[in-house]
Design a protein around this ligand. Sequence first.
Ligand code: TRP
Length: 452
Amino acid sequence: MPATTSIHGQWTTRLAFILAATGSAVGLGNIWRFPYIAGENGGGAFVLVYLGCILLIGLPVMMAEILLGRRGRQSPINTMSALAREEGLTRSWGMIGWIGVLAGFLILSFYSVVAGWSLSYVFKSGTGGFMGLDSDGSESMFSNMLADPEALLAWHTIFMVMTAMVVARGVQSGLEKAVTILMPLLFVMLVVMVGYAMVQGQFLAGLQFLLYPDFSSLSANAVLLAMGQAFFTLSLGMGAIMIYGSYLQSEASIARTSAAVVGADTLVAIMAGLAIFPIVLGAGLSAEQGPGLIFVSLPLAFSDMPGGLYFGTMFFVLLVFAAWTSAISIIEPAVAFLVENMGLSRVMATSWIAIAAWLLGIAALLSLNVWSGYTLFDMGVLDLMDYVTANILLPLGGFLIAIFVGWRMTERSVQSELRMKNPVLYQVWYFLVRFVAPVAILFVFLRAVELI
Ligand code: TRP
């Protein structure tokens, strides 16, 4: 009989889980990554493929991950091997957990560096650094920051310490407390930002860019990027949502909770686009600037807008909050594993994981300056970490999760955990998990390596 609670604790309410999972999902992926990748890949058509991936792959895989976590009630590595044993399968399914831990290290290390940029921009904006900026000035502000390894290291360190401080305090007094304070604030700030973009920016131009599809600009690689973005933004494929599911009460409906989280994450991504593109396009700037999009364009746009000092600062505070509630979910699976298997205290486990990710992050930040000459497929360490995790490791994890739930677990076990009331919706979900998600992931992979 599976355990009914995790040794690490439990969310106090279903709402706390929704906030935590939404906090994990909503992050740099929505506000930094989504707009710049959509911008580079032509806008509307990319957004449409992305929404398709969210609905047909993301939502069903999220339900599968929560289901596994809640049934296993342990870190993803131990959950997967315990559930495999329960089904009479090889324990090497624990591999899903290991891939996740590896992906988590890689993600957190570059994530913390980019979150560090955001922290730095809170102070740049707050001290009037955007005032009177022209486009050269804005570009050099960003490139000067990237060229300064010591400053990057300082911000990266501060962000990693912030993350570790929350995780070390545990599920209820750390994670849950942080998300219940930060998530409502984040939502209010985002609504204010969209309102600001409506009044001050070219709202219709932004809307058209985001929603008008031009499929001629959609490459096979763009489809891979859209799928990778769907996994990244929903925190899927590496066990983060699995471990959050392991802290969820047995009574809560997995389908309804997942739908709420996916809906909130998608809403935030679209709202972020609606806050950013009207401002960028309104200032006559290009949407195709890559990772610097919000860091170069927005300061410039804020520089000559009424209230720009306050709104600019608020925007980057929002970004830091979003990144913070995501980062805590990225290390939670590895921390839980160390506590379970090494008998470490939570504080020690968190410290070790944070230190390891911090060290790896140094390689990411050096790739922006000192090591900028070293590239593979035209990417430096930071870009590689981002590309490989989002577009390969996370979809691979999601593929294995779908196969496990759809084909290796008995339907009885699946149903006894999911307990969906609506038989039609259940059949739709089961079909998506068994056929649509794995086939779509494989197909996109193969197309991207140009085998078919
Ligand atoms: N989803 C978050 C974002 O959009 C990032 C994130 C948090 C994540 N936990 C994750 C990504 C786990 C992949 C896996 O910014």
